[in-house]
Write a protein that binds this ligand. Sequence first.
Ligand SMILES: [Zn+2]
Length: 277
Amino acid sequence: MGLCNGVWNRRAPELRPLPKTVMPIQDELLSGWLTRLAIANYCDVVDLLAHVGVDYRYAVSLDFGLEAGAAEKIAMAARVTPELIQSLTFPTLNDTEAALTARFPFQACPNCTPRSFTLKHWRRAWVFDCQICGAMLTSTLPKLGKGVLPQKLLQHARTGSVLLEQAVIQNSIRQIRRAMRGASFAMALKNVSGDPASALQSFNPDIRLFCLAAIAVVQKRPLLKAALFATGIDDFARVALLRTYQNEDRLLVTINRIGRQIENRRHASRSNTIERT
Ligand SMILES: [Zn+2]
């Protein structure tokens, strides 16, 4: 209720600004900044969103699109501009970017996360290192990331991530298709089902890094690599490979031919070794 021209009118209660505000850092994600804002005001994000009148159930999706009204409410409470709030969300993504941008945090920075920072680029499947401190990003499920990863795998994975980034930035259909083929081969070898974009955002570093590494590996002589993968794989992996090449019969025939040649050569060298011993 408010007094207007001497008459009490019913109106929406005014939103009180929060006692403390925090300024976003470069590339900070809205959900991460809201968490820091809540910590600064001794509450949690659910309470904070309830205070400003935004449904907390949409907290995760806020990063991917925020209604103007909600942005205004948050801005008013935090004493910043609605434009600043909107800049913390992802801009409109094309189909490839959307497929390769995680809805949930699958990796984080070992240095920046303890400082309560959550950055946008960590959600990108092609990002390997933290752009703020330079540390290699690690899985948000530490149990899955405990093993020591071979240096060679890490080197290839880093190269693969750069190639994937270039493909996405240039929006090159040919490069993206080649990268996804590489990831599909890796999935076939690891007996992982699903689509390559999801495998590249896997919480399991063994799967994610293997897929990124495969992107780098298939750049040179991709058919030969595919054929190498095709030899000595089980039926599940063969189906995955067939699915990768389902619309390209000619390539599939070539891969099978090279695969058979490799298999024959292996048999021949094995027989020679047995004869010699
Ligand atoms: Zn960092």
